[in-house]
Design a protein around this ligand. Structure first.
Ligand code: HEC
Length: 744
């Protein structure tokens, strides 16, 4: 049709007509989805809905008016419960709250649960899980809601407990578990012959609820003491365990033959720590698993290691596996599946060449890949190639897997390798510094086996991070990503590798086995994330150090399995590292303790020396920008619609450097109103992007970093966007607030 046939319409009129038709359609969709009460819309689950697609049908806030957003209320979540001492380092908030019947439920930096009127921020109640016990502070990304008639419950995890709290009163539900709590380590840490191991099990992401069943994963240690990453289902009424799925299969279970015969007794991990989603109609849960323990050394777990690094579909009622799809074979790089999958519907060509709608599950990974799988079969919807992987220069005994899967579409959303042409050119000095290290370190291939010489990688952190992604009903996926170089070096400390460093004291031996992977062998720590323990005795009393070891804190797991004697020796070492105490028989450093002698299930001969980001001398990433991006990927075609840098360094922008993007933590949400909201950046802003174009249409300077995923909802005809501005992550200033925005 020729344009001038619309004689009396003209370009503007035509535009308006299209606009009004699409507005009508949007309003209609919104109306249908918001029935029966179109003045109220909830955000019912972590990820917005059980499909985890972080999508809202709300349209009140749109690209035309988003610039008028104002703070509607703020809620101070940082105040401590009575009797609980503030941790020395402030805690962050990663929680995306839920909103049910106009009430907002979320968690504080100290893991209290609270209920607010979602339109005013007025507190209804607050529940402290640690009253009368020892607090255990760690990230909590969200909570779950269940109701049956008048019985309404919030379920969430704090420390090693799953708590059921009455949604109306904020009191523990007495009929659930042990007076309202279920111990998450029950049935996980006891393996034949090791029933008394007190391994660390908690959960940083919520599970999903199907009928009266709560399905949940866990966070466990990543080292020799890792608990197995069982997936478990609990009866919501009673707290009783309903079923367990072993992600490290036991004898007789399928997949057992992808490990050495007895590996299941000592290898843990393969846990789902990033959350799961539910297809209610199919009665199926979908989730990704992490790498097996230990992170960077696999000679004692030779094989493909199913079901580590897999996308898995289970029958929610029974725990029986529907299918699995492995994204990394025999992982040597900690390439956990680091976010919830996303259930969405796409249109692809069928075998008869005609377009057909397919229910799919999209899984993004730490190393920037996106797997789009058929929800019923787990088969890739875009071809995936098994490509040869590097197998040379590995640690003694290691047998790297010779191939790894690579999706042909969509293209990776973050760079795969650090090559010479990617070395920062921000300044000549920065370039020279990075190039020097680059030339001395292995680089350029994401599947280099870890080595004592050290290697540079992307994709040890996300890529995709725990904030996940958002998808709209058209099959467009919105994905934020990080591009950071990691410097990984293995150490040999307990003898099996031949060139071990002997420990000078029993405390140092305990330190090397348990602590050096994060705090480094020299106790210097790494960046803002892993604090230095040099002279820690001057900063805190021995009791406090002992408590942190016992209970864990933030990203540090608890070490309850370290015996009192070992903890005593460890604290002695940390507070007086030079003392050369005689090596006692049971804790000889020159001889790896046997399983019988030690509570440790498994002691690897090599361990990583810290988690180290590679920065230039001024503290910027060693790689050329972008350092953080937001991407819109059309999963009908596998093509990118747009890709923009996410976040900026104001001091670089002032010098005229184009927007670099920054490392970012916390995911996006997308609305029918045409917006993608996301915070998470180092510049501590929350932004709205036009979902069609990727253009920034609103930004707001938060009082502290919003390292969490926002949520949106409507109460009494007004749409709100809420974000936790917790700050405190990686050295950022603390915030501890939830902030809600609305149109005036
Ligand atoms: C998985 C990584 C990891 C491991 C393993 C680990 N830590 Fe930590 N540790 C951390 C992180 C992260 C923090 C900062 C926690 C916070 O306050 O947010 C920390 C904090 C601490 C602190 C408090 C320091 C301060 O200045 O506030 C002490 C003490 C400590 N760790 C001791 C240990 C000891 C002893 C071990 C071995 C038994 C150990 N850690 C193992 C990650 C780890």
């Amino acid at each position: 049709m020729h344009a001038n046939q619309h004689k009396n319409v003209g370009p503007t009129g035509r535009f308006l007509r299209i606009l009004s038709i699409s507005a009508m359609l949007t309003a209609l969709v919104a109306f249908v989805e918001l029935q029966p009460d179109d003045r109220n819309a909830d955000w019912l689950a972590y990820g917005g809905n059980k499909a985890g697609n972080r999508y809202s049908p709300l349209t009140q806030i749109n690209p035309g008016n988003v610039s008028q957003l104002k703070v509607a209320w703020e809620y101070d979540a940082a105040k401590l419960p009575a009797g609980i001492a503030a941790p020395r380092r402030p805690m962050e908030i990663q929680c995306q709250p839920i909103i049910v019947n106009g009430i907002l439920y979320g968690t504080t930096p100290h893991l209290s649960l609270f209920a607010l009127k979602a339109d005013t921020g007025e507190e209804l109640w607050r529940f402290d899980p640690f009253t009368g016990g020892t607090p255990r502070f760690h990230a909590n990304r969200g909570v779950m809601f269940w109701e049956d008639g008048g019985d309404k419950r919030i379920l969430y995890t704090a420390g090693n407990h799953l708590c059921a709290v009455d949604a109306a009163t904020g009191k523990l539900v007495q009929g659930f578990g042990d007076a309202g709590k279920v111990d998450l380590s029950e049935g996980v840490t006891g393996r034949p012959g090791r029933e008394n191991d007190k391994l660390s099990v908690d959960a940083t992401s919520p599970g999903v609820i199907y009928k009266d069943i709560l399905v949940i994963g866990s966070r466990v240690s990543e080292y020799g003491d890792a608990a197995p990453g069982h997936i478990r289902a609990f009866d919501i009424r009673t707290g009783k365990l309903k079923w367990t799925f072993h992600t490290v299969p036991e004898p007789g279970e399928p997949g057992h033959d992808t490990w050495p015969e007895n590996a299941w007794k000592r290898i843990g991990g393969a846990n789902n720590w990033a959350g799961m989603v539910l297809d209610e109609k199919r009665g199926a849960v979908y989730f990704g698993t992490g790498s097996p323990s230990v992170d960077f050394y696999g000679a004692d777990r030779e094989g493909k290691n199913l079901y580590a690094n897999c996308v898995i579909s289970l029958n929610a009622e029974t725990g029986k596996m529907n299918w699995y799809y492995q994204t990394v074979h025999h992982d040597l790089w900690d390439r956990d599946i680091s976010c919830q999958p996303n259930l969405l519907t796409v249109t692809h060509k069928g075998s008869n060449g005609k377009p057909r709608k397919i229910d799919a599950v999209a899984q993004a990974t730490k190393d920037g890949l996106l797997f789009l799988l058929d929800r019923d079969t787990g088969k890739p919807l875009f071809p995936v190639k098994e490509r040869p992987a590097l197998t040379d220069y590995h640690l003694p005994g290691e047998q790297p897997w010779p191939t790894q899967p690579f999706p042909t579409k969509p293209a990776p959303f973050s760079r795969q390798n650090f090559t010479e042409s990617e070395i920062t050119d921000r300044t000549p000095e920065a370039h020279a510094f990075v190039k020097e290290k680059f030339s001395q370190t292995r680089s350029g291939n994401k599947y280099m086996p870890p080595s004592k010489e050290g290697s540079l990688y992307l994709g040890i952190g996300g890529g995709a991070e725990w904030g996940g992604n958002a998808a709209d009903p058209e099959g467009i996926l919105y994905q934020n990503a990080n591009e950071m170089v990691w410097d990984l070096k293995m150490m040999d400390y307990n003898g099996r590798g031949g060139t071990k460093q002997a420990a000078a004291s029993p405390g140092q031996a305990v330190y090397m086995r348990n602590c050096a992977a994060c705090h480094r062998a020299d106790r210097q720590g790494s960046g803002q994330e892993y604090p230095s323990l040099v002279q820690v005795g001057n900063r805190m009393p021995k009791d406090e150090i002992a408590n942190i070891i016992k209970s864990g804190r933030g990203r540090m797991p608890s070490f309850q399995h370290i015996s009192d004697q070992e903890r005593y020796e460890l604290v002695a070492f940390l507070t007086n590292p030079e003392a050369k105490a005689p090596v006692s028989e049971n804790h000889s450093a020159s001889e790896a303790p046997t399983e019988a002698k030690s509570a440790f299930p498994y002691i690897p001969p090599y361990i990583n020396n810290g988690w180290t980001r590679f920065f230039d001398p001024d503290g910027y990433p060693a790689i050329k920008p972008p350092w953080g991006t937001l991407n819109a990927i059309d999963l009908n075609t596998g093509e990118y619609l747009w890709r923009v840098p996410l976040g900026e360094f104001p001091e670089l922008a002032k010098k005229g450097v184009p927007i670099t993007g920054t490392e970012n933590y916390g995911g996006p949400i997308v609305t029918a109103g045409g917006l993608v909201f996301i915070a998470g950046t180092k510049d501590e802003k929350i932004r709205a992007f036009d979902r069609k174009t990727g253009k920034t249409v609103w930004e707001y300077q938060l009082p502290a970093g919003g390292f969490a995923t926002p949520a949106t909802y409507m109460v009494n005809g007004k749409q709100y966007v809420v974000i936790a501005a917790g700050g405190a992550k990686n050295g950022h200033k603390p915030g501890g607030k939830y902030i809600a925005f609305a149109l005036p």
